[in-house]
Structures are given as C-alpha cells and as structure tokens.
Ligand binder design. Structure first.
Ligand SMILES: O=C([O-])C(=O)C[C@H](O)[C@@H](O)C(=O)[O-]
Length: 314
C-alpha cells in the first residue's frame, strides 16, 4: 500500500480523534506482542483518525531505539491500513534520526518528534535538530512542543519553509498565548494537536485556538466515551462535555495526580480494569496500587449510566 503523503497524513489526523495506545509488557518487562496485536485490532474498530505507536502513553521513553521500529511494525501489520500509524521518535538528533528511519522502514505514515533528552537549547539549535530529523525521512513529521523543546512561532515559520514534510504541531505546554501566536503565525500550514495529559480536559478551549484534534490516552480503555466526547467537542456540545469532565475525566485526574508518572500508569491500569491487561509499566514509572485500581474500576463501571443519561437528555 502506497504511503500517505505528509500533507495527506496531516489532513487525516486533523479530522478526528487520535489514539495513543499503551505498549504492553510481560511480567519481565519484555514487549508483549500478542497483547499489542489484540489491542490494536480492537481499537481499529473505533472511529479514530490516527494511531501513534510508541508515543508518550506508549512509554516511548522506556523503549530502546531498536524496540520502537519493532513496535511500529506490529502496529502497521495489525491496523492493516485501516488507520494511519505514526511513530514516536526523539532523544538527541542522532538517535532521533535513527529511530525515524527505522519507523519509516517499518511502515509508519508519520512521526511525532518528542523532545531531545535532558539538555535545554537555543532556538537555532532546536531548529537544526528538527530539520535534521525531517531530512532523514519522506513521511510527515509532527513536532511536539513540550518540556525542554519549545519552538517559537518565528522558528516554526522558518522550519516549514525548509522542511516540506513538517506538517504538524503538538502542544504539550498549555501556554494559551504561545498556542495563539503559533496558530496565528502558521495558520493552515500545520495541523494542530492537543497533547496535554488527559487531553479531553482542554479540548473545547483548544478547538477555538485552531486545535481540531488531540491525543486521547483514555481512548485506550474507554473508547466509546472518548469518541463520544470528541464528537461533543466538535459540535461544541457544552452539556455533554461538562458532564463527561465532571463525571469521569476530573475524578480520573484526581487519581492521576497522586503520583508522578501516573498520566501513563493510569492508562495501563485502565486496560486491566476492562479485562485487556497490558502488564506493568516499565521503571521509572510505577503502577497504581490495588486500592487505586479499585477506584478506577468504580469510575469506569459508572460510565454506561452516565452515557445513557446523556442520550436520554438529548
Ligand atoms: O505522547 C503523548 O503526548 C501522549 O501520549 C499524550 C497523551 O495521550 C495525553 O494527551 C493524554 O494523557 O491524554
């Protein structure tokens, strides 16, 4: 199957909800390919515009540069062309290029460029880093503003002139002024993705800043809720959005905020809650306690009642 052009990829992912699947591990922390395949096949049955293999929720930061293309290859095989598969890449320029090339060879339709490792840098250094990764592949690249990787609008404007395959911008910072300046400067040259932890929280205000989609981690284990919520955001259905935030997202965030790293660990716990146990998180993350899993179970069990009451209200 011919690969999507960067522009086709950008248009597709900007049109719908984005899935960031967990990467299942066995008890010995090795990649659990069979569970990953089962999860991929199941999630492809829902209305998603893209699937990001080995992203943040996929514990990119705990995978080796060799594992990432292996995970991507399985995702590409299992989605069978039903959904575009994008791959995480990152760390320093040399490793980011290596992973990007490997992911493209594995069949990825695009890349999400996560921040460099540890060091902070100036705009011209970040720009050279992004340009080097874009130049290494033909597929589309989405840059991820987050932590030590903050590209300013003028830098982005220079980059899109030099990198035709730079087609997306993911916001992981939550700075409204910066997001507004980026969108005002770059307009429809880029597709914009909301990428803050538990992205549903910010989806409606971000939509008014030109951010038409977001990375939904909870989609992993409550796909009906996540797709209904996204549909409500696109319709600006305030009642459904605020009910979903009040009854599910905000109580989930209360558990998520108890420990560092729980933004990913709680998603793995959610997989256990729905009977798709995807194993432990790899260190340095820690898993939820049994008590916290019981709280999450109670939250998930209430969802059907919430959704049916919303449908009744419509
Ligand atoms: O790689 C990433 O940025 C993510 O996995 C982001 C998450 O999906 C985040 O948006 C969330 O927790 O909803």
């Amino acid at each position: 199957m011919s690969k999507m052009t960067p522009q086709e990829m950008a248009q597709k992912i900007g049109s719908g909800l984005l899935s960031f699947p967990v990467t299942p591990f066995k008890a010995d922390y090795s990649f659990d390919e069979a569970t990953y395949r089962a999860n991929m096949d199941w999630l492809c049955g829902y209305d998603v515009a893209g699937l990001f293999a080995a992203g943040g929720t996929g514990e990119f930061f705990s995978l080796t540069p060799t594992e990432v293309p292996q995970v991507v290859k399985v995702a590409v095989e299992e989605t069978k062309g039903r959904v575009p598969v994008l791959a995480g890449t990152g760390y320093g320029t040399a490793i980011a290029r290596e992973i990007a090339i490997g992911a493209e060879k594995a069949g990825a339709d695009g890349l999400l460029l996560l921040p460099p490792y540890l060091t902070h840098s100036e705009q011209d250094g970040l720009a050279a880093h992004v340009e080097a990764v874009c130049a290494a592949v033909k597929i589309g690249v989405i840059v991820y503003n987050r932590d030590n990787a903050v590209l300013q609008p003028d830098t982005l404007a220079r980059l899109v002139e030099r990198c035709p395959n730079l087609v997306g911008y993911k916001d992981g910072i939550g700075d409204i002024e910066l997001m507004t300046r980026v969108y005002t400067k770059l307009g429809d040259r880029l597709t914009y993705v909301g990428g803050l932890p538990t992205a549903e929280t910010f989806a409606l205000p971000y939509l008014d800043m030109g951010v038409t989609t977001y990375s939904s981690a909870v989609f992993n284990f409550v796909p009906e809720f996540a797709t209904n919520f996204y549909a409500a955001v696109r319709k600006r259905d305030q009642a459904t959005i605020h009910a979903g935030l009040k009854n599910f997202i905000l109580p989930l965030i209360e558990i998520r905020n108890r420990k560092k790293g729980y933004a990913v660990s709680i998603i793995k716990a959610g997989m256990k809650v729905i009977g798709r146990d995807s194993g432990p998180v790899r260190p340095p993350l820690t898993d939820l306690t049994e008590q916290e899993i019981a709280e999450l179970t109670a939250l998930v069990k209430k969802l059907p009642a919430i959704q049916s009451s919303q449908q009744a209200a419509e």
